[in-house]
Design a binder for this molecule. Structure first.
Ligand SMILES: [Zn+2]
Length: 434
């Protein structure tokens, strides 16, 4: 693995320098084609063929298949997105698309989300190809567009139009999981993502009687909407412990030697530091008001007012979430989904999970792997529809004091080169046998 470990930082720097900002609008997004062609060239250098399919001009998705020695076994998918969220250079210590290497870190937009995993995967399969390593089962690689805007032009498109490329894939690994939280010197929790919340972005519309702003007026759409979103925004929905989070909390309880109140686990979670903001959201359905739109003149009461709310529901909680919302909305306020995507969940067991656990422990004797539910969404939602069990497993042994959660979409996003080298060693162990 020496070759892979020595080139991963440079691969990541090169990939960060290809600006693949996804604004959510194809007219202003760029770079995905260039990035996919760059990946294709890196694979081609070592004799791995790939295909690129575009959903729209420039929105490129690359797939390659590495044949395993045991072709009777089902395949495993490693997927990563090539797009990144925007970054404002004025806010950064280094230019976000410089890919600068400094103090043992690679800096730039995408360094943790998720060009790091893209580079680790590439470095590993290039090393395999150069040294003649073949995995046991087929490994399918997918480098896709548009994840940061919901994946319609990336993973969703590939699943809808090129499902044949994923033939035989029963399991998938990708981003947001496999990273460490340091409990103490000889104990680190590695969070493997086994579930993702569903996404229910909605528009609320309040109706009322339009009228003159100077009159006595008791049927005001703006007031009605404001009351509804105030209720939604200030209500903490009840805790629901799904299987992965139950297991996760047990592990936290064990690791820190604390009792966790199942009705109020948030206090115990605070021990995990900044990552608790992400984890805490996986203990309940959430709904956060995000945009408001009403009226056109100070002295005119409008007949309607609207707002958007970012709703996220746990696996199996769709119906309950709708009930919770309707209780909060009140009279005269209606809701409609703007964007809706399923929640996914698999179990933390089976031969592949055992191998993840073993691979982590072989590289870090203090590793304890635990499942968790991701509060956001990834392309796993798309690939799950083809029947794959999806895991967030991009292994990284992180420095104990690093505020990892804040680096996702954050300013000065960066990844330590050591962490990626560790990740390559774990992935090598895992993917060879998985
Ligand atoms: Zn991502």
């Amino acid at each position: 693995m020496a070759g892979a470990q020595s080139e991963v930082a440079d691969l990541l720097s090169d990939l960060i320098r290809i600006d693949t900002t996804n604004t959510g609008d194809s007219a202003t997004s760029a770079g995905e084609r260039k990035a996919a062609e760059w990946v294709a060239a890196k694979l081609d250098e070592v004799g791995i063929d790939s295909v690129i399919h575009e959903s729209e001009p420039g929105r490129a998705n690359l797939v390659a298949r590495i044949e395993g020695t045991n072709r009777d076994r089902p395949a495993l998918l490693v997927h990563g997105h090539l797009d990144v969220v925007p970054a404002d250079p004025a806010e950064w210590s280094v230019h976000p698309f410089s890919g600068e290497q400094r103090d043992g870190y690679v800096w730039g937009r995408g360094a943790v989300d998720m060009k790091d995993m893209d580079a680790m995967t590439l470095a590993l399969v290039r090393d395999w190809a150069r040294t003649g390593v073949k995995p046991d089962r087929d490994i399918v690689l997918a480098f896709v567009a548009d994840e940061e805007a919901g994946g319609r032009k990336g993973a969703h498109f590939m699943v809808d139009h090129h499902a044949d490329l994923f033939e035989g894939c029963t399991e998938a690994i990708s981003e947001v999981g496999g990273f460490s939280i340091t409990v103490r010197d000889d104990l680190r929790l590695y969070l493997v993502q086994t579930a993702e919340k569903g996404l229910a972005w909605m528009k609320l519309t309040a109706q009322g009687r339009p009228g003159h702003g100077s009159f006595v007026h008791e049927d005001n759409a703006v007031t009605r909407l404001a009351e509804a979103i105030a209720r939604i925004g200030s209500t903490r929905l009840p805790t629901v412990l799904t299987p992965p989070m139950r297991e996760f909390l047990d592990a936290v309880s064990d690791a820190y030697g604390v009792e966790i109140d199942p009705n109020d686990p948030d206090e115990a979670l605070a021990r995990l530091g900044s990552i608790s903001r992400m984890i805490g959201a996986a203990l309940r359905n959430t709904a956060n008001p995000t945009m408001l739109d009403a009226g056109y003149k100070t002295n005119v009461i409008p007949g309607s007012a609207s707002a958007t709310v970012d709703g996220r529901f746990l696996y199996g909680q769709e119906a309950e979430f709708e009930k919770q919302l309707d209780e909060l909305l009140g009279e005269g306020v209606s809701r409609e989904w703007i964007t809706y995507d399923q929640a996914v969940e698999t179990t933390f067991d089976g031969p592949s999970v055992d191998l993840m656990v073993q691979a982590l422990q072989a590289e870090d004797p203090g590793a304890r792997a635990v499942p968790f539910t991701m509060s956001g969404g990834t392309d796993a939602k798309s690939f799950e529809t083809l029947g794959m069990r999806c895991f967030g497993f991009s292994p990284l042994k992180l420095p104990a004091d690093l505020d990892f959660a804040s680096l996702f979409h954050g300013i000065d996003e960066r990844i330590s080169i050591d962490s990626m080298q560790f990740g390559i060693r774990v992935l090598d162990r895992f993917l060879r046998q998985a």
